[in-house]
Design a protein around this ligand. Structure first.
Ligand SMILES: Nc1nc2c(ncn2[C@@H]2O[C@H](COP(=O)(O)OP(=O)(O)O)[C@@H](O)[C@H]2O)c(=O)[nH]1
Ligand SMILES: [Mg+2]
Length: 367
């Protein structure tokens, strides 16, 4: 135990939980050992693995509160907000319950608050523990969030996306009370929402910490988190999220986009090569593409909504849908335009290929 925290200095540790049955008791045990004076607030979103029971059992006779949230209002940001509103101490720290945020660093954040800062952000020293896809997404999200904060003339942090942060309860509570309806309740980035609305003279500090791997269980982050972060970036961001999720995840949207790219590409190449476009040739390409890409989008949807996540099997599925889709386009083209030449086949192949690439990427991006 760190002697700094053995007496006085009470603060709240807010732990959002969703199915952390294997982590919660070790986590509480560690925190109670390190910070015996701290109040712990667990905010659970209807976990199905006994998290709540285990937390309550451990919490008996201790300063540990378990908030069981309304199952219809699930959300990480909403949970963190509830935790801050329930905190009874002047200071609080929010952290993950899976040991990704080291319990030993909580004290560093609290110390910075004691030094007079209003919000302290734990910044990840080593992001190598994230997968490369997560690192890339996190870089994009961070860039977007920082631009939005800059646009709003709010203060920035080098890690706006951090889930490990502390603050003055009164200040954050008043932000939540005034602006809470503008928070992305189902979002994952409560700190970003707070930073958007804190008074401009808020004192913000950063503390580095060593980012660990999740100890047990699985990440609850969904692959659509990027849309959730976009929705946090004002009206423009919300519109962008609607448009992007329509064109990437909606079947009709994927069809429109894949068809648009396919046709644009085919006619673009035809144009550049100065190929003569007779009306029947144009018509044949359009009809062939309309039908073949409709087939492709439906086939990909059916093939990828169920079944194995194995890379080889998924690759084989793609080869299958791509190949059969191309055969359909060729068949339709040939039916209307029987004297097809190799050059025309190539244009069709390229155009369909672009539509295919678009649809396959969007289907693979989905979990
Ligand atoms: N109450 C609540 N907690 C959540 C929710 N989603 C995630 N958590 C918790 O928030 C913390 C961070 O989530 P995690 O899945 O580890 O996200 P990651 O670290 O970004 O992969 C963990 O303690 C989770 O149990 C949610 O919807 N509601
Ligand atoms: Mg985690």
């Amino acid at each position: 135990m760190d002697s700094r925290w053995a007496s006085g200095n009470s603060f709240s540790i807010i732990l959002p939980t969703l199915n952390e049955g294997d982590n919660i008791v070790p986590m509480l045990d560690t925190l109670v050992g390190l910070y015996p004076k701290a109040s712990i607030v667990i905010v659970d979103d209807n976990s199905k693995d006994g998290t709540v029971q285990k937390a309550k059992e451990f919490g008996e006779g201790r300063d540990i509160t378990v908030i069981e949230r309304d199952p219809d209002k699930k959300g990480l940001t909403a949970s963190i907000m509830d935790g801050i509103l329930a905190a009874k101490t002047d200071l609080f720290v929010v952290m993950d319950s899976d040991f990704q945020h080291p319990p030993s660093s909580v004290g560093d954040l609290v110390e910075k608050l004691h030094e007079g800062n209003d919000i302290v952000i734990g910044v990840r020293e080593d992001r190598g523990k994230l997968s490369s896809a997560r690192r890339f997404a996190s870089w994009g999200a961070d860039a977007m969030a920082r631009s939005y904060l800059r646009f709003k003339r709010q203060q920035l942090s080098i890690d706006t996306m951090s889930g490990f942060f502390g603050g003055r309860t009164k200040l954050c509570r008043s932000v939540i009370e005034k602006k809470g309806d503008k928070f992305e309740m189902k979002g994952f980035k409560a700190l970003f929402d707070l930073l958007k609305f804190v008074p401009k003279d808020t004192k913000i500090a950063e503390v580095e910490f060593k980012f660990n791997s999740r100890r047990s269980g699985q990440s609850k982050l969904s692959s659509t988190i990027i849309f959730s972060i976009m929705r946090q970036c004002g009206f423009g961001g919300k519109m962008l999220a609607v448009a992007m999720s329509f064109f990437l995840t909606n079947v009709l949207g994927r069809y429109v986009a894949a068809l648009g790219f396919g046709l644009l590409f085919t006619f673009g190449v035809l144009n550049i090569t100065g190929t003569f476009l007779s009306p029947v040739f144009t018509y044949s390409i359009v009809v062939a593409m309309l039908l073949a890409i409709a087939y492709l989008v439906v086939a990909n949807k059916l093939l990828f909504t169920t079944g194995s996540k194995n890379g080889v099997i998924r690759g084989m599925k793609l080869v299958y849908s791509g190949f059969t889709g191309y055969l359909i386009s060729l068949y339709v083209f040939y039916t209307i335009f029987s004297d097809i030449t190799e050059v025309q086949m190539l244009f069709l192949f390229l155009g369909f290929g672009i539509g295919f690439a678009y649809d396959s990427i969007s289907v693979l991006l989905k979990k």
